[in-house]
Design a protein around this ligand. Structure first.
Ligand SMILES: NC(=O)c1ccc[n+]([C@@H]2O[C@H](COP(=O)([O-])OP(=O)(O)OC[C@H]3O[C@@H](n4cnc5c(N)ncnc54)[C@H](OP(=O)(O)O)[C@@H]3O)[C@@H](O)[C@H]2O)c1
Length: 237
């Protein structure tokens, strides 16, 4: 596999980090499909990137649902011929609630959105990548997945799960020409984080574009000896 003209599927590719990653792969000359859940996000991507919108295949999919994930992978393979790269970016945050107060639906929401989505997408794409003898997968964990923190149990467990799931998958596919790695952001400089924490020093936060470059590197030939890694992308945050 070369470092351009690859077929890439990015879940959540219209979000804050997702948009940066989508643009980074397009700039490398790759073909990109992204999943989305709400039309607003697609419209926002098109508004801010009018010159790129026609280059992206937008696929509606709730990636916490097995059938939707399989349909998405099948659609990509039918349209592109094959899939080289999967980047699992879909995720979210629930915090500030001690575990004894945490409602079951919030726990399930975190596990489904952050962890099950990665499991389903990896499980659906790996047989295809194994068949072609090559593939790169990058998952998005978080620094919070390294250690449990008060008020963050569901988030920490789900993101820690992404890290250990990545390790299991990497061990399972190491002889199949596939690399599975994850990155661990701490806090990124997104509009949502600025709104939530207006008094913080935003200059210390990591820019999504910088994180996107690390993700692209992990899918490059130069990173082919990296498998099962959890890469910190904390910057100064
Ligand atoms: N922001 C941070 O500081 C930070 C720190 C550590 C880790 N992370 C992780 O980095 C990733 C990206 O974060 P972000 O800040 O860029 O968040 P974001 O903008 O909210 O992106 C999340 C994306 O997931 C999509 N999504 C949500 N639920 C979905 C579902 N069920 N099926 C399909 N798509 C769904 C959203 O699409 P719709 O809006 O269309 O639903 C959106 O495109 C996440 O995994 C997050 O946990 C972020």
């Amino acid at each position: 596999m070369s470092n351009s003209n690859r077929n890439v599927l990015i879940t959540g590719g219209t979000g804050f980090l997702g948009s940066a990653v989508t643009k980074a792969f397009l700039s490398l000359g790759d073909t990109v499909a992204v999943t989305y859940l709400f039309d607003d996000e697609v419209n926002r991507f098109k508004q801010y990137n009018p010159d790129l919108s026609d280059e992206v295949t937008f696929l509606y999919a709730n990636v916490t649902e097995e059938s939707a994930v399989q349909t998405t992978i099948d659609t990509c393979i039918n349209k592109f011929g094959h899939l080289d790269i999967l980047v699992n970016i879909v995720g979210g945050f629930v915090g500030g609630i001690d575990t004894v107060e945490l409602e079951e639906d919030k726990w399930d929401f975190m596990m489904n959105l952050n962890l099950k989505s990665v499991f389903l997408c990896c499980r659906a794409v790996i047989p295809h990548m194994t068949g072609q003898g090559s593939g790169k997968i990058v998952n998005v964990s978080a620094r919070a997945g390294l250690k449990g923190e008060a008020g963050l149990s569901a988030y920490c467990v789900s993101k820690g799960g992404v890290r250990t799931l990545t390790e299991s998958l990497a061990a399972e596919v190491m002889d199949s020409g596939i690399n599975v790695n994850c990155i661990m952001p701490s806090i990124m400089d997104t509009p949502m984080n600025r709104d939530a924490m207006p008094d913080e020093d935003h200059t210390r936060w990591v820019k999504p574009d910088a994180v996107a470059k690390v993700i692209c590197f992990l899918t490059s030939d130069d990173a082919s000896i990296i498998n099962g890694a959890a890469i910190p992308v904390y910057g100064r945050a």
